[in-house]
Ligand binder design. Structure first.
Ligand code: NI
Ligand code: MN
Length: 225
């Protein structure tokens, strides 16, 4: 599969079979994204929670591409209420889709939409695609069960926030990598706004001191996983 990073928590996965999956596509209102929503396609859109910087441009993309939303029940119902197709799941549950397996995890965070709809619990998501396991933590503080998550699904990649203020900062994110024990960590949710300024190279240096690998993706960069 290929992984493209738009900045913030927004990624696109393109599977070997050509299926396109967007995660938290916050693009048009995102000052750091080099790509706008009209230039992005999605067969599936996975949302970790209902905050505006995660739902982002989901609805305009889904309308144009007839994308299927995959998210936890309350947020999936919110998407359905807006007229979109959604597959309802919830934390701890997994399901096999045509592109691979999706499993939702806990995240310690809120999940109110910008129009004040309570979108249930915030979540993280583990994707098992083309033989690799990728954990996108969503917005979250550090929690010890990351160790359990990594034990139950050996992780190839962990995408995690380092921006502080709303989520883990660097110190907690380094501990999160130690607990979940992925082969490679990829920082996200930083430098979008002044309040979440963070140095990904400092994170990289500290994680590498644990003997683990970090890839700092440039905003707009796509890599083969
Ligand atoms: Ni959030
Ligand atoms: Mn956020």
């Amino acid at each position: 599969m290929r992984l493209k990073y738009f900045s913030h928590s927004a990624f696109q996965i393109t599977t070997d079979a050509g299926k396109k999956i967007l995660i938290d596509p916050f693009l048009d209102g995102n000052p750091t994204s080099p790509v706008k929503s009209k230039d992005v396609d999605a067969d599936f859109i996975i949302l970790t929670h209902g905050h505006g910087d995660h739902i982002g441009d989901s609805f305009s993309i889904a309308k144009r591409c007839s994308s299927l939303f995959i998210c936890c029940n309350e947020l999936a119902n919110y998407c359905s209420s807006k007229g979109f197709n959604a597959h309802n799941m919830h934390i701890g549950g997994s399901h096999i889709f045509e592109f691979g397996r999706v499993k939702f995890t806990i995240a310690h965070h809120g999940s109110m939409t910008s129009d004040n709809y309570y979108a249930g619990e915030a979540s993280g998501v583990i994707l098992s695609i083309d033989g690799k396991n990728l954990y996108h933590t969503g917005d979250t503080g550090l929690f010890y069960d990351m160790k359990l998550i990594g034990e139950m699904t050996p992780l190839d990649y962990m995408l995690l926030p380092i921006g502080d203020n709303y989520t883990m900062g660097i110190t907690d994110a380094v501990k999160a990598v130690e607990l979940a024990n992925p082969k490679t960590a990829i920082p996200m949710h930083y430098n979008t706004f002044p309040v979440i300024q963070s140095d990904p190279e400092d994170f990289k240096k500290k994680v590498e001191a644990l003997g683990k690998k970090v890839i700092v993706l440039k905003f707009g960069q796509e890599i083969l996983l």
